[in-house]
Design a protein around this ligand. Structure first.
Ligand SMILES: C[S@@+](CC[C@H](N)C(=O)[O-])C[C@H]1O[C@@H](n2cnc3c(N)ncnc32)[C@H](O)[C@@H]1O
Length: 303
């Protein structure tokens, strides 16, 4: 009997391995923050200090990613004068809501979406740590906050536990939290689409293109997956039962762009992360980046 390794091991095991990437990302960010790459006073409430040191290349990569995404995000907020919504898909323990609040840059509504088990952890941290819950309550205008194990809804911030592969349900959940398809909307996926099959990521990209009247999509993920470095990454994750099932779109900058252009998007731009890194203020990049390999890109698309 024929079967893929996915059939044999079971989808739950693969999904669990995908969920565990949330911890990897949060630990790397927490480490980079602790050694001064950028400021994030909230990440320590979501993740403990990693026991091991991380290689400088990893911290630099995260630094470039946070700065690059941050620049695009701020350009969008400036253009819309914050009369917009942001939907962070596969947000993990991302702290963007709190950082935007501190900078007085909150959109009309900010949504985090991830698998229910990730979301319930995030909500648990928020409920038990006043430095996280206080800013949410300060930005909330209504009287009651809707909160259960897998969702939280306040007037400016919602956390939705769902599956990006089940779009009718996701749309219903977002609408329940007052997502407004008529508002200019920024959608973000940071290292998320590669964990979905091409079919699922295309459905998501098309859903965004047909649901929102005007939208921008920031996608940060791998490129050059056919080179030696990319192959090692694939093998490494496979050994942890985590298959990069969406790697086909990550063969090059061009394949990344095509996925959007062929699925309802008018304009697509993409930069590899070496270019993003080199465009950062020179006095912030003090150490040479000899070992910085180009395996990621930052892409933004609009309708
Ligand atoms: C590598 S982590 C990145 C987390 C966050 N975007 C960041 O940059 O810190 C990938 C995240 O995508 C989420 N994810 C992947 N596939 C998903 C799906 N089908 N539905 C919901 N969340 C998903 C995972 O649970 C995980 O939190």
């Amino acid at each position: 009997m024929a079967g893929t390794s996915r059939d044999l091991v079971g989808t739950d095991v693969f999904d669990e391995a995908v969920r565990s990437t949330c911890d990897v990302a949060s630990h790397c960010k927490r480490y980079a923050v602790s050694v001064g790459y950028w400021k994030d006073p909230y990440i320590e409430y979501f993740v403990s200090h990693p026991k091991e040191r991380k290689a400088p290349e990893i911290s630099r990569g995260y630094y470039a990613r946070v700065q690059g995404v941050g620049r695009l995000l701020k350009a969008f907020l400036e253009k819309t004068k914050c009369n917009c919504q942001i939907i962070n898909l596969g947000a993990g323990m991302d702290t963007l809501f709190w950082k935007l609040k501190d900078e007085n840059l909150l959109p009309l509504k900010y949504f985090d979406v991830d698998f229910p088990s990730i979301v319930s952890r995030k909500i648990h941290y928020i409920k038990s740590k006043p430095p996280l819950s206080k800013p949410i309550m300060e930005s909330h205008l209504g009287e009651t906050v809707l909160i259960d194990a897998h969702s939280l809804d306040t007037s400016r911030y919602a956390i939705v536990g769902g599956d990006l592969r089940d779009l009718p349900k996701l749309e219903e959940q977002l609408k329940k939290c007052n997502m407004d398809p008529n508002l200019p909307t920024l959608l973000m996926t940071e290292c998320v689409l590669i964990y979905m099959t091409m079919e699922h990521s295309i459905d998501l990209i098309k859903w965004v293109a047909t649901t929102f009247r005007s939208a921008m999509f920031i996608n940060y993920e791998q490129v050059n997956m056919l080179d030696r470095f990319g192959q090692i990454m694939i093998e490494n994750l496979q050994s942890k039962q985590c298959e990069l099932v969406g790697a086909d779109a990550c063969r090059s900058l061009e394949t990344q762009k095509e996925r959007f252009l062929q699925n309802g998007w008018e304009t697509v731009n993409g930069l590899d992360m070496l270019k993003v890194y080199q465009s950062l203020p020179p006095d912030e990049i003090k150490r040479p980046c000899r070992h910085y390999s180009v395996t990621h890109l930052l892409q933004w698309s609009s309708r």
